[in-house]
Write a protein that binds this ligand. Structure first.
Ligand code: C2E
Ligand code: CA
Ligand code: CA
Ligand code: CA
Length: 283
């Protein structure tokens, strides 16, 4: 937080000054990162409880900075949102993800009974450009991707924001064969009304409820309540950040359909992910 000077003026500490300079450098570098092939899309497997199969994956951005090494998306995505790069970057992430979903489903048209699918994180800022859903739909058509092979992950903040015609844009995405997941559920406003108002296929229980679920009765009760409510609304549940077998067992017993976390696998680069799913599904 900003510190208050003795005379009442607020001032930046040296640390904050370094931080904001850092941000400025990163913002400049980010503009060239995509063109210079420094960005990568990694994929993290998502397992289906009923079959134990990996049936989905989440696309996660990675930036290999020439001097700084790996920069976390938690650090650079907000910068990309601020300087507008998120549109180009987001479209590119979508494209890589659609191509991966295509390769995966060409190898295995059905895993655990459904076409494999890849979920893509969508920042609220991307919704301010209305035409992205048309471009995405056209691309899906162009490469001949099966319906429901792309899941778009949005956050609660978007649904409560004043971005125009969110409902219409989400309906466009679904009309084009995509599905919608509500990410980080439980951390934000958790207003129940929007679960009814918006077309949502999946809820993702945030890692913060999963972490202590084997020790904390409250976290377990929350997870149980989220799953029960979701199921009544016809929504399936994905739990994030599953690291232990104890967490897995509890989440499975309360009825989560899908589990994601280091217990199964960490996010991995494209070629590694393709090898991973090929190997797993081999007879
Ligand atoms: P998120 O969407 O909630 O993604 C899940 C994060 O949890 C990922 O962090 C993932 O690597 C991490 N994770 C998965 N399993 C485990 C686990 O078992 N334990 C722990 N401790 N962590 C786990 P990551 O890759 O660093 O991404 C951070 C955030 O950056 C994402 O959170 C998302 O909000 C944002 N992000 C990443 N890629 C994109 C993107 O392509 N577009 C947008 N708009 N945001 C992105
Ligand atoms: Ca996500
Ligand atoms: Ca999440
Ligand atoms: Ca998160």
């Amino acid at each position: 937080a900003k510190e208050q000077g003795r005379n009442g003026f607020s001032f930046f500490t040296r640390e904050m000054q370094t931080q904001s300079q850092n941000r400025l450098h990163l913002a400049n570098d980010l503009r060239e990162a995509l063109a210079n092939n420094q960005l990568q899309v990694w994929f993290q497997p998502i397992a289906e409880v009923a079959t134990g199969e990996v049936v989905k994956a989440e696309a996660l951005l990675r930036w290999v900075h020439p001097d700084r090494g790996m920069v976390s998306p938690a650090q650079f995505v907000p910068i990309a949102e601020e300087n507008g790069c998120i549109h180009d970057i987001g479209n590119w992430v979508f494209q890589r993800s659609a191509l991966m979903a295509k390769q995966w489903s060409d190898l295995f048209p059905s895993v655990g009974g459904d076409a494999p699918s890849i979920s893509v994180n969508l920042s609220p800022r991307q919704f301010t450009r209305g035409d992205f859903s048309d471009h995405w739909a056209a691309y899906i058509n162009e490469i001949g991707l099966q319906t429901e092979s792309i899941v778009v992950e949005i956050t609660e903040g978007l649904l409560l924001s004043d971005a125009s015609d969110i409902l219409g844009k989400l309906e466009n995405l679904r009309a084009a064969g995509m599905q919608v997941a509500l990410d980080d559920f439980g951390t934000g406003y958790s207003a129940m009304a929007y679960l009814k108002k918006f077309p949502i296929d999946y809820l993702k229980i945030d890692r913060s409820f999963v972490r202590d679920i084997d020790a904390d009765a409250n976290d377990r009760a929350i997870a149980e309540a989220i799953v029960a409510m979701a199921h009544k609304l016809g929504i399936k549940v994905v739990a994030e950040g599953v690291e232990t077998e104890a967490q897995r067992d509890i989440l499975a017993s309360v009825g989560c359909e899908y589990l994601q976390g280091y217990l199964y696998a960490k996010p991995m680069p494209e070629d590694e992910f393709l090898a991973y799913v090929s190997h797993r599904a081999a007879p």
